[in-house]
Design a protein around this ligand. Structure first.
Ligand code: FES
Ligand code: FES
Length: 183
């Protein structure tokens, strides 16, 4: 048995404690926002990053035993309505293409801004080692900087509506969208 808190819920996994946390999250909890790149280890893509006690770590490299008693936050737990400044800024800056790397990058960026809301370019590069095969890095750096300004209330951004709402409600939330009447 391995006990921990996942997205604010105390949970117990009746799984092999040597199992990577990644598999337990995706397959036992259906938290498939955390991605797997098929590699693993410190040099790998980071698509599987989650917050462990507030630190962004690769969930493929942590066993359930190592996660015992920890507080885990996945992309689903970061913000259910996409209101986190990093989520909004990633959309605003167009820093998402296929999106496979995005959850891990958002987690890494959120952890960075939590401890340093105004990171330099070098600090962003150091804190976000994630690999993006689509090459969104220049826009990613802009998004993290913007998210820092939003987190400090120096700027507001509304680019990504909450999931599952109507087009009309999305248009109220996102200035870039207008819903046209059908004649
Ligand atoms: S699964 Fe690739 S870095 Fe974790
Ligand atoms: S957006 Fe495609 S891998 Fe990063």
């Amino acid at each position: 048995m391995s006990r921990m808190t996942v997205n604010e819920r105390p949970v117990e996994f009746d799984l092999d404690p040597r199992m990577p946390l990644l598999y337990a999250l995706r397959e036992a909890m259906n938290l498939t926002g955390t991605k797997a790149c098929g590699g693993g280890g410190a040099e790998c893509s980071g698509a599987c990053m989650v917050l462990v006690d507030g630190v962004a770590l690769r969930s493929c490299a942590i066993t359930l035993a190592e996660a015992e008693g920890r507080i885990i936050t996945t992309i689903e737990g970061l913000s259910r309505d996409r209101s986190h400044p990093v989520q909004q800024a990633m959309v605003a800056q167009g820093a998402i293409q296929c999106g496979y790397c995005t959850p891990g990058i958002v987690i890494a960026a959120a952890a960075l801004l939590q401890r340093n809301p105004a990171p330099s370019r070098d600090e962003i590069d150091a804190a976000i080692p994630n690999i993006c095969r689509c090459g969104v890095y220049p826009r990613l750096v802009k998004a993290v900087a913007q998210a820092g300004r939003v987190a400090q209330r120096q700027e507001r951004v509304s680019a990504a509506p909450a999931p599952g709402i109507s087009a009309e409600d999305a248009a109220k939330a996102v200035p870039a969208l207008r819903v046209l009447q059908v004649e």
